[in-house]
Ligand binder design. Structure first.
Ligand code: FE2
Length: 276
């Protein structure tokens, strides 16, 4: 395994295959959910990434802002017997479990997670329930597609982003759990196929300056959000140093003479990348 692939496996990896008959039932249950979807973490996304809780401390599926707790099943699992069976089968000590819907043309901007939580060892697992090849995580200079049929691990304290370019909706179960022997046994064999990975090229100076000029032109016309998104989306197109998308937004606003907006984005960068 190459050095950069080994580094990537440290950040995201396939744990093992799941029972497809059970997973198909879980997927059908998820696709018929029509209530309790919540838009949380709005600053972290381009819009409309929705979640619902399956395990938390209140039992309320619309309570979706994660925190350390002793989690129990939420009321929605009463109507999702296959999902309940699957989640119980791992024997993990859950902190929180959500189901997340990422619609077409939606982006979770570059960020790191767990910033405000206690200093405990916790881990994040993903189960794709409905997905497509344009739905990927971006991290470690690559885009990685989490395929249906497997259980995956993501280390979300590393910077990462997610996108679903073409649709249909990407539906994932996201399980935050505390470290214990069960977790360690479950994750003892991590792999990543080359087919799961799309390595991203580095941008040339000319490409960066062309994107910057386009964003400045949009901003001068008053399309501030379009300008910001055009630069933040470069994170999914190029392998870029940490926070470069945010730095480009700041530079664009400085070029426009919009210093207050530039200052606001300096703060956004610190918050999203846990630099504050
Ligand atoms: Fe995240």
């Amino acid at each position: 395994m190459s050095g950069r692939k080994a580094e990537l496996v440290e950040q995201v990896a396939r744990i093992r295959d799941l029972d497809l008959r059970l997973l198909d039932r879980v997927s059908r249950e998820a696709l018929t959910l029509d209530r309790n979807w919540m838009v949380e973490y709005a600053r972290w996304q381009s819009g409309n990434w929705q979640t619902m809780s399956l395990y938390n401390d209140s039992g309320d599926p619309s309570d979706v802002a994660i925190r350390d707790c002793e989690a129990r099943e939420t009321t929605v699992l009463e109507h999702m017997p296959a999902t309940r069976e699957l989640l119980r089968s791992f024997g993990l000590k859950y902190m929180w479990v959500r189901i997340a819907r990422l619609p077409a043309n939606t982006f979770l901007w570059e960020h790191s997670d767990y910033r405000d939580l206690a200093d405990l060892e916790r881990h994040r697992l993903h189960i794709p329930l409905h997905t497509n090849r344009s739905a990927t995580l971006t991290l470690g200079g690559a885009r990685v597609h989490l395929g249906y049929g497997s259980l995956w691990r993501l280390v979300p304290t590393n910077r990462h982003g997610a996108c679903n370019l073409s649709g249909p909706d990407r539906l994932h179960i996201i399980m935050d759990c505390y470290a214990d022997d069960t977790f360690r046994d479950l994750t003892s064999n991590l792999t990543l196929d080359d087919n799961d990975i799309q390595w991203l090229p580095e941008a040339t100076d000319g490409e960066i300056s062309a994107h910057l000029d386009e964003a400045v032109a949009l901003g001068k016309l008053g399309y501030h959000q379009a300008a910001e998104h055009s630069l933040l989306k470069l994170f999914y197109q190029y392998s870029m140093p940490e926070g470069m998308g945010y730095d480009l937004v700041i530079r664009a606003y400085e070029m426009m003479g919009e210093h207050a907006r530039a200052e606001q984005w300096r703060l956004e960068k610190k918050v999203k990348l846990c630099l504050a």
